[in-house]
Design a protein around this ligand. Sequence first.
Ligand code: PDD
Length: 286
Amino acid sequence: MPELAYLDGDYMSIEEAQVPVEDRGLQFGDSLYEVVRLYEGEPFRLGPHMDRMRRGAEVIGLNLAAAGDLERIMRDLAEKSELDTAFIYLQVTRGVCPRNHLIPDELEPTIIATARKLQPIPEEKYSRGSVAFTRPDLRWARRDVKATTLLPNIMSRSYAINRGGYDAVHYEEDGTITEGSVSNFFCVIDDVVRTHPADERILAGISRATVLECAEALDISYEERAFTVKDLFEGASEAFFSDTYSEVMPVHQVDGKDIGQGRPGPVAQELRSAFRDVVRRETGTG
Ligand code: PDD
């Protein structure tokens, strides 16, 4: 089944899809993106992904309306690619023009999308739990906007992966934990699930919202209230990430130190199983 690209109106192989050198996405990172998971070819929560992109476009003043029906494009790409376990990457850049920091009026956005197979994470990884590494949060102050300016993210993620970790855990100067580099971060303190509020300091993950819905449905107490690195090490009985790739990934060790019992905890496991049920229900799979 083919991996496929879409570029400005046409479907083609990924190798064929080429953007001009003066695309502002390339020169300035002047662009937004989304990553949508396909389960047996069916997109999960496509609407919320597109709402998030629309909100980001408003913040940066990108004319998303000129990009056409992005939801349709993504559904068509999913259908044409006939991929099963996969993801769609969508990027909308402000467009092509001679390099100029000033944002020009009336540019045609460039629309790029790819459908790629996703290597499922082995079940053993979930049952053993993953490790994470704290990193200073060097990103900009509008992390609610899913922009392609990802240099700090790729630096901290590479740091974590090169040491056998799943992701980094970003913290601010005062020790407040924000999120991972491709994921949101949670811990359990005094039997309450805690995660940073969905303000400008983090990306409001689609998986994060799903996790909180699951907590609500299971009557698990949760609070969208920030916590620090100290709270994590001194008070957390569990920790986990959420994101489009892993859904819910338990974390048993951070910076080489055990979290709680040093193994995936019951809350993360319960939430993961509830998350899987939501996926099955909404995508009609499994
Ligand atoms: N990343 N926080 C950050 C900084 C992210 O980049 C992501 C997603 C998330 C989780 O969001 P969601 O649950 O909607 O996947 C949180 C994508 C997958 C990426 O950059 O590839």
